[in-house]
Design a protein around this ligand. Structure first.
Ligand SMILES: Nc1nc2c(c(=O)[nH]1)N[C@H]1C(S)=C(S)[C@@H](COP(=O)(O)O)O[C@H]1N2
Ligand SMILES: [Mo]
Length: 343
């Protein structure tokens, strides 16, 4: 795996160490709750032009930057050696800027624009995922070794958020099935649980009680093994931006976007259905399956249509498709299941 670095980081993006450290202190002093919210505006302004020290040799990223710039944030690290695939939607891709500035990532704030700003200082390397639960034996795997598990592929998928908007994103990743094979679950494993990082130092939102941290998601084993289910490590041919879940996140294209846990640090195989974060937050509104279904509305809004992000001011809403358009590949897994009850 060879990853190239663009060495065109503008001087304006280079951060004096003090900015980084002052912010740290600021966040620590700010502590809990409303205070943190109240100060969030000046904080964001301060972080807009700042960067983190995550220059990374471990992923084979060519270190082309001078010493003076080595603490700058490494944006736009190309992933080379991934293959194009036939997984496409035939639709216009959502522009990179929309994919990377309109995000849901509550660990970094609850508005769409906050994650791109607040996640700038997040360090996605070094990184390991620990594998636990119903497995032959517990083990951990580094992000470098995950890159080597299978050839990386581009998958162009629709992503439909439960809130009623959607995008078309060219992910780079590998089938989750490949990691599961390596993890060696035992015969008791019926479900798989994904646990995101919850680092209150790096993730300002984790200090607020908006969700029960860490963010937890889950799949049934057959869903996890489905060829459409991937672990994404990149998008648009580049390593995942922090706000999109660097260094590794789940993508399950026929389910609502919230199933796609970001910044995964732990994977647990279980016998019982995991209790996921959004089920805990609103059991009447968010189910375990969360299959995209235009016939089953959210209690507070319709799911029959969606707004395509980046399609322009005057683009109308488009029709939501059953299983987000992937019924042919996944529909049979739910034969005989009452999709109204198992929403
Ligand atoms: N850890 C974590 N993962 C998360 C979320 C989150 O808040 N925290 N939001 C989810 C939701 S609601 C959606 S729609 C997608 C958004 O992914 P994107 O920002 O890359 O488009 O991430 C999902 N994964
Ligand atoms: Mo979402």
């Amino acid at each position: 795996m060879i990853i190239q670095t663009k060495s065109d980081i503008a001087p304006s993006e280079i951060t004096p160490k003090e900015v980084f450290e002052n912010r740290r202190e600021f966040i620590q002093k700010a502590g809990f709750g409303l205070l943190a919210t109240a100060i969030s505006l000046p904080l964001h302004a301060a972080t807009l032009r700042s960067g983190a020290e995550n220059s990374d040799k471990s992923l084979g990223i060519a270190n082309t930057k001078s010493a003076a710039t080595s603490s700058a944030f490494n944006l736009h690290q190309k992933i080379s050696g991934y293959s194009k695939t036939t997984y496409g939607t035939g639709e216009k891709l959502t522009p990179y800027d929309d994919v990377t500035t309109y995000n849901n990532y509550y660990e970094f704030g609850t508005s769409k624009s906050e994650p791109a700003i607040n996640a700038k200082l997040f360090k996605p390397h070094p990184w390991t995922i620990s594998i636990e639960g119903e497995v032959k034996k517990n083990k951990t795997i580094s992000i470098e070794d995950i890159y080597k598990l299978a050839p990386l592929e581009e998958r162009i998928y629709r992503m439909r958020c439960v809130e009623g908007w959607s995008m078309v994103i060219p992910w780079v990743g590998l089938p989750l099935a490949q990691l599961i094979k390596w993890a060696e679950p035992n015969a008791n494993a019926k479900y798989i649980e994904f646990i995101s990082m919850a680092d209150s130092q790096q993730m300002t939102g984790v200090n607020l009680p908006v969700l029960d941290w860490p963010y937890v998601e889950g799949l049934r084993m057959d869903e996890a093994m489905n060829p459409l289910t991937i672990l994404a490590v990149g998008l648009y041919g580049e390593q995942l931006p922090n706000q999109n879940g660097a260094p590794i996140r789940l993508v399950v294209p026929w389910k609502y976007g919230f199933k796609g846990a970001k910044a995964i640090v732990k994977i647990r195989f279980t016998e019982k259905m995991p209790l996921t974060t959004w089920m805990k937050a609103g059991p009447n509104e968010y189910g375990f399956y969360a299959n995209v279904n235009p016939q089953v509305d959210h209690p507070r809004w319709t799911q029959s249509s969606e707004k395509r992000i980046g399609a322009g001011l005057f683009a109308g809403r488009i029709k939501t498709q059953m299983f987000n358009g992937y019924a042919e590949q996944v529909g049979q897994m739910y034969a005989g299941l009452d999709l109204r009850k198992n929403f």
